[in-house]
Design a protein around this ligand. Structure first.
Ligand code: NAD
Length: 477
């Protein structure tokens, strides 16, 4: 497959290209994709700017119909798209299909939001004057996404951007161009007018930077690492752009003595290891109170030993490969860092070989971890979790909040008192009770606190805060 970028209503090639490789089988080339130049990004921005006046005034029915066609096609093809996703990113087939279905639902949700956008009308405090508060689109929105949710994250940025009347320049992550291309083909087929949606595949340092530095990009929505997010923020502030950042996590899952052990173990297995642990919401810190600690570690270790780690698209695989060599190297180096810090490897952490050459790794669990260790503080972004022992609920809560991140926070307990207290006092944007920290719905806000997020929430109706700007009009009656 030789793919192209989509700029100003035309599929165009680029002078440079690079292959996308299947992490389950590095002999399998998923496709060859263009590496756009800064000039390509500039043409996409110019096209988006030119398309904005007409699109921002287009009828909400037209926008609804286009988004609905996108959602319908994604849902109808979710198995095929899920297979491509699993082949390119390495999450399992079931996870790939689930993520594709979610992307379809997101488009359907925002199709309906097009016809629901409402303003407010109030009486002025001065007589004979009306006040109207309306929401207007922002203009050209630059969308920069990571590799770990290659269709859901683009969907939850592109769909609201278009629904609220903005034009889009979409730069996907370098590792997952095939999914970005497949999604873009669907958006084009749904009848999006030329210039309203542009796909520019290329390097962050080239295409991403060109978007950040361009005066005609009015807003940037970014999901990725904290270090890139900080650069995005600094550049956006310099250009006075609106911006929104979703970044890393080191999410705690607290397990109290009164937890139901099987529930806690399943929350940890799912939250920490599924999707190969490559989720910003992964339960990478397991904070376990003393009375259940040893039973929990034993049960979790046994369960990890039963998981099948293999080719992502193979039936029966529970955990696919790590996404690429550099992420695998990072995970393995954290195994060494943890050992060097004095933590104990309860299970896993070794490189695995399978029938095909891929980036396979055994899911790892560290015990005897203390809160100041690097493995307890830094995002590893792989199938590696650390277990911390807490005296009681109060110490567990303090440990849970002792982090630079604040995306998701979970607790397993049968105590209503502790669950209620945790919900109120966890310093995170999302709190889960007897559920894994990962796994969220598409129609409610998503986002965090501290260094995990910056700016308004994504998803659901709350997305309107970012993708629109509010106007207050005073009218003499
Ligand atoms: P990354 O920061 O390396 O890249 C993210 C995107 O930014 C990519 O498209 C990349 O090409 C682009 N980019 C890189 N340098 C750039 C620059 N100088 N200017 C503009 N754009 C640039 O992140 P990644 O490795 O793709 O993703 C993993 C990270 O994403 C993890 O930290 C994970 O926690 C985070 N993440 C967060 C969420 C969330 O919603 N909070 C969701 C998924 C992933």
């Amino acid at each position: 497959m030789e793919a192209k970028n989509y700029i100003a209503g035309i599929w165009v090639g680029a002078s440079e290209s690079s292959p996308s490789i299947n992490p389950s089988n590095t002999d399998d080339v998923v496709g060859v994709f263009p590496r756009a130049s800064a000039a390509d990004a500039e043409r996409a921005i110019a096209a988006a700017k030119a398309a904005f006046p007409a699109w921002s005034r287009s009828g909400v029915q037209e926008r609804h119909d286009i988004l609905k066609r996108v959602g319908d096609e994604i849902l109808a093809r979710k198995d095929e798209l899920g297979r491509l996703l699993a082949r390119e990113e390495g999450k399992t087939l079931a996870e790939g299909i689930g993520e594709s279905a979610r992307a379809g639902q997101i488009f359907l949700f925002y199709a309906a939001e097009c016809v629901r956008l409402a303003g407010e009308k109030l009486a002025s405090v001065r007589p004979k004057i009306d006040v109207e508060i309306t929401r207007e689109p922002i203009g050209v929105v630059g969308i920069i996404t990571p590799w770990n949710f290659p269709i859901a994250i683009p969907a939850w940025k592109i769909a609201p951007a278009l629904a609220y009347g903005n034009c889009v320049v979409f730069k996907p992550a370098d590792l997952v161009p095939a999914m970005a291309h497949a999604l873009s083909e669907i958006i084009v087929r749904a009848g999006i007018p030329p210039g309203v949606f542009n796909l520019v595949m290329g390097r962050g340092s080239v295409v991403g930077e060109a978007m950040l530095n361009h005066a005609d990009v009015n807003a940037i929505t970014f999901t990725g690492s904290v270090s890139t997010g900080k650069k995005v923020a600094a550049t956006c502030v310099g250009g006075m752009k609106k911006f929104q950042l979703e970044m890393g996590g080191k999410n705690p899952l607290v397990v109290l003595d009164d937890a139901e052990l099987p529930v806690a173990v399943e929350c940890a297995v799912n939250g920490a290891y599924f999707s190969t642990g490559q989720r910003c919401t992964a339960s990478s810190r397991l904070i376990v109170t003393a009375g259940i600690h040893d039973r929990f570690i034993d049960a979790l270790s046994t369960r990890l030993g039963q998981l099948v780690i293999d080719d992502a698209v193979k039936a029966g695989t529970h955990i696919g490969p790590v996404v690429d060599q550099s992420q695998l190297d990072q995970n393995l180096s954290y195994m060494e860092i943890g050992r060097g810090e004095g933590a104990k490897v309860a299970v896993g952490g070794e490189r695995l070989t399978r029938g095909t050459p891929g980036f396979y790794m055994a899911p790892a669990l560290f015990t005897e971890v203390t809160p100041s260790m690097r493995i307890a503080r830094e995002e590893i972004f792989g199938p590696v979790a650390v277990a911390l022992r807490a005296r009681d609920y109060d110490e567990a809560l303090a440990m849970a909040n002792d982090t630079q991140f604040g995306l998701a926070s979970g607790i397993c307990t049968t105590s209503l008192r502790h669950a209620t207290h945790f919900k109120r006092n966890a310093e995170a944007g999302m709190v889960m009770v007897n559920l894994p920290t990962a796994g969220v719905d598409y129609h409610v806000p998503f986002g965090g606190r501290k260094q995990s997020s910056y700016g308004p929430r994504e998803q659901g109706r709350y997305a309107a805060e970012f993708y629109t700007t509010v106007k207050t009009a005073y009218v003499l009656a």
